[in-house]
Design a protein around this ligand. Structure first.
Ligand SMILES: CC(C)[C@@H]1NC[C@@H](O)[C@H](O)[C@@H]1O
Length: 440
């Protein structure tokens, strides 16, 4: 076995090329919380103080159980009015049927979006498992849909040639703890998290590795503090079982292959491989309260991908399906639009590296990004003006030859008075970002 259960051995693991090259993944938050599918769209993570102003007004619909446990606030009031004060969260297993779910349809849509990996929630904080785990009967095979949702999805994703990863909420399990969490400290120090629970989480993670051999282990929030000594054994087993596997950075700083950023992006890492994960709206789980205005626009989604890739990141964009197994039209529409753009422009995305410059904001309002591969430099122009316009890029970062535009628009390129001058021609109204390729 290449990896031994000791951190000196684990630290020899490197990020496999596939993860660096693929750039775009699909997150899926689907679970019992998809039945009520209700949250108060209070604001983006990071814009609201992380106290009860966040936890009792949580825009994350997948936090429904905790929001109700708060005992006040809009979600609690909605629950009492809709289901009654005595309706406990576990009873949503009787209402979750997934009656319209076709995993092949999901996989086809994700493939069309240009995504190359898919990571579903196998167990979110509520503790309900979406695979036929032997460690609890609180799972989708024994209850609710009566199906091993993860096995069906894994087969469908892989049959479309995409990689399958697993999300697992290691630190939180609200089927085990029963108090409302109203602070960041409580989230990272849940009471009742015993040695027994740490063993449960370890055993389920090992079961996920052995059952699915996932390309990504995406643990969330933190790992049970009583189980930190188990992690070298988990990582060694995982890397020996899945040599091209990668793990994220939410394991109590014990180890990571790549860093994660959730919504607020701040300073990007550039040198360190990272992944931006967010919903298309304010929530990861489907929230019936959200309308199109809460969602990033179609072009903003493409710009989010470009702004991530230019800084050495991957975009893991989330899909929140409805309880019946259908994907909300607003989300499907954005994925298809992104996929159409990728059909033409993916050479500037897949298998690229950051350039010496990543982003420039021009005086005329356009924002220009750069990526590169071994033979080309790509210049990606977000919010280009409709019709014909001229971009002036002072002190250009390169003087190589303009090769072509990617897409149905024209361009004339010249160096004039020390500026790279680009005449963009025939840009449609409300255009998606446009890409020009230069030869090194
Ligand atoms: C980024 C995503 C996986 C989020 N992580 C923190 C959770 O509390 C939240 O519900 C969501 O799963």
């Amino acid at each position: 076995m290449k990896f031994k259960p000791e951190m000196d051995s684990i630290r020899t693991h490197t990020v496999p090329q596939w993860y660096d090259d693929c750039k775009l993944g699909i997150f899926i938050h689907w679970g019992l919380y998809s039945v009520p599918a209700w949250a108060y769209p209070s604001g983006k993570l990071g814009t609201i103080p992380f106290d009860e102003r966040w936890f009792a007004y949580n825009p994350y619909a997948e936090w429904y159980c905790n929001s109700v446990r708060a005992g006040f606030g809009p979600t609690y009031e909605h629950h009492v009015k809709t289901y009654g004060a005595d309706f406990d969260y576990e009873s949503f297993t009787d209402l979750w049927k997934a009656e319209r779910w076709d995993p092949a349809q999901w996989a086809e849509l994700f493939k069309k979006s240009g995504a190359r990996y898919v990571i579903p929630t196998t167990k979110h904080h509520d503790g309900f498992c979406l695979w036929n785990t032997k460690y609890t009967d609180y799972n989708s095979y024994q209850k609710g849909p009566g199906r091993d949702l993860m096995k069906e999805l894994c087969d469908a994703v892989r049959s479309e040639g995409m990689r399958f990863g697993v999300y697992y909420s290691g630190m939180l399990n609200w089927h085990v703890t029963h108090n409302a969490m109203m602070s960041d400290y409580e989230v990272h120090h849940p009471n009742n998290i015993t040695n027994g629970y740490a063993d449960f989480a370890y055993n389920q993670m090992m079961e996920l590795v052995d059952t699915f051999e996932p390309s990504v282990l995406w643990n969330d929030l933190d790992w049970p503090l009583k189980g930190l000594d188990d992690l070298p054994y988990l990582f060694a087993h995982y890397y020996n079982t899945v040599p091209e596997g990668v793990v994220n950075d939410r394991w109590h700083d014990v180890w990571f292959d790549y860093k994660t950023k959730e919504y607020h992006r701040g300073d990007k890492f550039l040198e360190q491989k990272w992944e931006c994960c967010q919903g298309m709206g304010l929530s990861f789980g489907y929230n019936q309260v959200e309308t199109d205005e809460h969602y990033v626009s179609h072009n903003e989604l493409i710009t989010l991908l470009i702004d991530t890739v230019a800084y050495n990141g991957n975009l893991l964009i989330n899909v929140g399906p409805k309880a019946d197994g259908t994907i909300p039209e607003e989300q499907e529409s954005r994925l298809l639009y992104l996929g159409k753009w990728m059909e033409v422009n993916s050479p500037a995305i897949y298998s690229t590296k950051p350039f010496s410059r990543q982003k420039e904001e021009l005086e005329t309002g356009e924002v220009v990004y750069y990526t590169q591969n071994d033979s080309s430099i790509f210049l990606l122009v977000t919010n280009p003006k409709a019709g014909n316009s001229t971009l002036r890029i002072p002190e250009p970062a390169f003087s190589c030859d303009f090769r072509k535009t990617l897409g149905n628009f024209g361009a004339n390129v010249a160096i004039s008075e020390g500026n790279l001058v680009i005449d963009l021609l025939d840009i449609p109204a409300d255009s998606a970002p446009v890409v020009l390729e230069f030869t090194k």
